[in-house]
Write a protein that binds this ligand. Structure first.
Ligand code: ATP
Length: 455
């Protein structure tokens, strides 16, 4: 088992040389001060998973420092960050929180970048334990790891000497990695933090892992107990939770694997975390996928924020008031909130326009006040008959331009002014309604309907 093996060669082989140098430098600086430095979280997981020796593209690295001999080391993470920055200049250093977590950021233009290194200080410094006791030293990193989400994310790799390269695996994370299991660390984990449900799904789908069965039970229990609803009504706790929930939703809904992830969330009934009545029914699931097909065809150059439209389509399944509550709680951007708010009135108005047997020109005039993303939402939710006409508008009619433009009018001697708009609109309407086949027909039409000598 690698718990006993030295993992430094694995790390060295898979990291970019500069990054490896940086970690070595940080480890030496920590050992010189009598501290321990650990690589923790996703990076350890990914190093162990990349068994075929593929290089790892790590852009986020979490380090934890501990092993202090007195209580005066609250700023250990910050001190190490400064040492690293001296050796690898060009980083921005941010310090946040009571625990003085340091974040170093190198931009894509630097040798190391793009890279973010978080250095947290494990929390023994707040407990004046006797210094030389190795159990206490181990217990602070253990505590740090115990606060994490899943066993596979709660592994630590010691970077500093002595015993550099040792894997610290208190919760069986290594075996779970081998078995392909997402296992939570304790029973209340999802009640404490419902975003972990979304994280569990994200890791399961991304790594092709399974949710361990007891973990699934804990998820069901957390959802059934309404823990999430309670936290939503607790105003103080809710904003931070909602921000993290939005971040997880974004992560999932913009990933290439968003379909199986959304499906797994539905299997777990976890969409209820957004609202107790939110269920991804077969019909809603169809709508979301249909929206996606339309996006592929209409938004070829990826101008639209697809993850948000997917989320809006899901949230739109709720009644008007609830949609707005969810969007506001998640602090969705203003245009998302605006769309969800307009949808209620826009949907019947658009249905009325489309249901009459109006010519294309009338539809174009009526619909051009609406923006494309709103129409896409309406399209995904519309009944079949309306869908066909709305699709025609979005895919064809809305792109059609009149056969002549302002320059043509000027070249023909029309005096520039407000009537240009009127003429061009009338030309467009005639073209949309199939009255003009080509440019020559448009020129003829112009002479007939807007004769020059009458102007
Ligand atoms: P990714 O490769 O997707 O970035 P990651 O494991 O690095 O995966 P992060 O979201 O960057 O994921 O989190 C870093 C680490 O912080 C995780 O590995 C986990 O140990 C811990 N963590 C993150 N979010 C939570 C949470 N909600 N609850 C508990 N621990 C968390």
């Amino acid at each position: 088992s690698p718990t006993n093996a030295c993992l430094l060669p694995n790390l060295c082989d898979r990291l970019a040389p500069k990054l490896w140098d940086m970690l070595q430098g940080a480890a030496t600086a920590a050992s010189d001060r009598g501290w321990h430095l650990y690589l923790v979280g996703g990076a350890v997981r990914d190093v162990l998973l990349a068994e075929d020796g593929r290089p790892l593209q790590l852009e986020d690295i979490d380090l934890v420092v501990d092993g202090f001999h007195n209580a005066a080391t609250v700023g250990a993470g910050v001190e190490l960050a400064n040492v690293i920055r001296d050796g690898f200049p060009g980083a921005r250093l941010d310090v946040h929180g009571t625990f003085q977590t340091a974040a170093l950021l190198w931009s894509a233009r630097s040798d190391l970048g793009p890279l973010c290194v978080d250095i947290a200080t494990a929390r023994t410094e707040f407990y004046p334990y006797p210094a030389a006791n190795p159990e206490v030293e181990a217990s602070s990193i253990r505590q740090d790891l115990y606060r994490r989400d899943f066993t596979i994310n709660a592994l630590a790799l010691r970077l500093s000497a002595p015993r550099a390269g040792e894997l610290l695996d208190f919760f069986g994370g290594y075996l779970d990695l081998r078995a392909g299991l997402i296992r939570v660390l304790h029973a209340n984990s999802f009640i404490e933090d419902p975003t972990r449900i979304y994280r569990a799904v994200r890791f399961a789908v991304r790594l092709h892992f399974e949710l361990e069965s007891q973990t699934v039970d804990y998820i069901h229990y957390a959802i059934a107990s309404g823990a999430y609803e309670r936290s939503r009504s607790e105003r103080e706790r809710a904003p931070a939770l909602q921000t993290r929930l939005k971040a997880e939703l974004k992560y999932i809904l913009q990933a290439p694997y968003w379909r199986p992830a959304a499906h797994l969330l539905a299997d777990l009934d976890a969409w209820r975390c957004l609202h107790p009545d939110l269920v991804l029914t077969a019909e809603l699931w169809w709508q979301v996928r249909y929206l996606d097909r339309c996006l592929h065809r209409l938004d070829r150059d990826n101008q639209l924020d697809r993850w948000r439209l997917r989320l809006e389509a899901i949230v739109a399944a709720l009644p008007h008031r609830d949609r707005l509550d969810v969007a506001a709680a998640l602090q969705l951007p203003a245009d998302s909130q605006e769309r969800l708010s307009t949808l209620n009135a826009a949907e019947p108005a658009i249905a009325t326009v489309l249901s009459k047997d109006s010519p294309p020109s009338t539809i174009v005039v009526a619909l051009r006040r609406y923006q494309q993303p709103l129409l896409l939402l309406v399209l995904a939710r519309a009944p079949k008959l309306l869908r066909r006409r709305l699709w025609q508008y979005l895919a064809h009619w809305s792109h059609i331009r009149p056969l002549l433009d302002g320059n043509d009018l000027r070249a023909r001697g029309y005096k520039p002014g407000p009537q240009y708009r009127e003429i061009l609109d009338a030309l467009l309407a005639a073209y949309l309604d199939g009255k003009l086949a080509n440019r020559a027909a448009a020129e003829h039409w112009l002479e007939q309907h807007y004769p020059l000598n009458a102007r």
